[in-house]
Design a binder for this molecule. Sequence first.
Ligand code: FAD
Length: 485
Amino acid sequence: DHPSNASVASAASADADAFVAACRDAIGAAHVLTDPHDTAPFLTDWRRRYTGAARAVLRPGTTQEVAAIVKLANTHRVALVPQGGNTGLAGGATPDAAGGQAVVNLARLNRTRALDPSNNTITVEAGVVLAEVQNQARAAQRLFPLSLAAEGSCTIGGNLSTNAGGTAVLRYGNTRELCLGLEVVTPQGEIWDGLRALRKDNTGYDLRDLYIGAEGTLGIITAAVMKLYPLPAANVTALAALPSPHAALDFLALAHRCAGPLLTGFELMSDFCLRLVGKHFPQLRYPFAEPHAQIVLLELSDNESEAHARTLFEQMMEQALESGLVEDAVVAENLAQSRAFWDLREHIPLAQAEEGLNVKHDIGVPISRIGTFIEETDAAIAQAVPGARMVTFGHLGDGNLHYNVQAPEGVDAPAFLAQYQAPLNRIVYDSVHRHHGTFSAEHGLGQLKVDEATHYKAGVEIALMRTLKTAFDPLGLMNPGKVLR
Ligand code: FAD
C-alpha cells in the first residue's frame, strides 16, 4: 500500500517542498515531474516487481544540472535514486514506498561528445541508449560490442552502473572491460572529470572501477569514454545439438581451440526452453527434426572474410560431429537466419513470462563446474518440488546461467511462488556457494538481492563495502537500500 501522491505532498515537510521548488529553479519546471500520471512510468521496475513513490522525478539535461540537484539534495537531505532506461532486473532504479526520495532520470543526458576512430573510443553521456552507441560506432566502421536484449531502451549509465554483461562477454568482456574513463557527480555534488581515453593509467586507486557496478550508490555517472573495436567482416551463427551440459562444455573447449579469439558467443539452451518458445511464439519453430537435450548457439566473428570464417567453422564442426560430441548442427546461411537463431535465444524470457510467474536465478560458477552444478541442483529441486520445470539457459561461455524454475504443469503460478520461492532460492544459492560461484552474475544486487549478499558474502567483505559507502556518501543520500542495507 503506497501513500498517494496527495498524502505524500501533505505529509511532506516545508523543506521537502523547498527542495522541489529549488529543483524547478535549477533545471526548469518542465523537467521536474510531480503529477502522479507523469511520474508513474518511472516508479515501477521492468519486471513489475517493485513500485515505489517519489517526491519528484527529476530530468536534468546537463552534468552541471545533475551537480546542482545533488547539492540541493545535500542541503535538504533528500535521498536520490539514479535511473537510466529502467530496464534493470534487480529493482535498483525504483525508489522505496515512503515517498521521500527523488528519482534522477538521466535520459536527457543523451549527447555524444566525441568519436575518435584512431584511438578507437567514443565519449557519450550517461543517458545515451545502448543501441545508439552501437549505431554510431557502426557508422564509423567500428564495433561497440556490448549487446543485450534490452539494448533499445537501456542506457550506457545503467550498463556501467550494473556492469552489464550480455552476449559478447566471451570475447570482449563485461561493460567494465569496455570503459576507459568516467565523468561522475559525487554524493556532495562535485564533478569528477575522469574522462581519460587511456589504455594504461596506473596512478593510484581506480575510482572508475569502483563506480562501475556500484548501482548508483556512490554517485551519479554522467558521461563515459567507451572502447571501440574493428567492425568484423563477417559473423557466422550456428546451432548445435548436444546430449548434455557436460558435452556442451567439451564442445566449448573444442571451439576455443579451433576458433581462438574469433569465438564471440556461446549460449546454452535446454530442450525445454525451446519448446516453451515454440509454444508461445509458434513462428519460432524448434530448429531440429529430432529432440535434443541441449542446444548451443555459437557465433564466430572474423575480421578477414566470410569465406575464412566459414572454412574455420566447418573444420570445427567436422571434428565435433566425428567425435560424437555434437549430434546435429545447422549453420545460418544469411543475416535473416542468423537473426532467427538469436530470436530463439532472446524469446526464452518472454516465453517464460507468457507461461506464468517463475523463480529466476542469475548464477555464475567456474565454467568447469557448470555440468556438475546443473546435475546436482536439478536433482535437489526435483526432490523438493516434484514436477518443477527447469528453464536453464544462458551464457555458458562465461559460466553464467539463467537457472529458472517454472511451476509444475497445471499448478497455479502465484501460489507456487508464495510457497516455493524462498526454499528454491536457498537450494540454488547453497549449491552455487558450494561450487564457489555467485548468486548474481549479471544483474547486480539492487534491492532484490541485498539480503543474499549479507548471507553469502564474508563479513569482512561486507564491512569493507560499508566503509567505502560511508566514506563516499556519509549522509546516505545515494540510492539508499540498494547494494547494502
Ligand atoms: P536502470 O535500470 O535505469 O538502472 C540500473 C541501476 O543502475 C540502478 O541501480 C540505477 O540506480 C543505476 N543507474 C542507472 N543509471 C545510472 C547513472 N547514470 N549513474 C549511476 N547509477 C545509475 N543485463 C545483463 O547484464 N545482461 C543481459 O544479457 C541482460 N539482458 C536483459 C534483457 C532484458 C529484456 C532486460 C529488460 C534487461 C536485461 N539486462 C541484462 C539487465 C540490465 O542490467 C539492464 O538492461 C541495463 O544494464 C540497465 O540499464 P538501464 O539504463 O535500464 O538502467
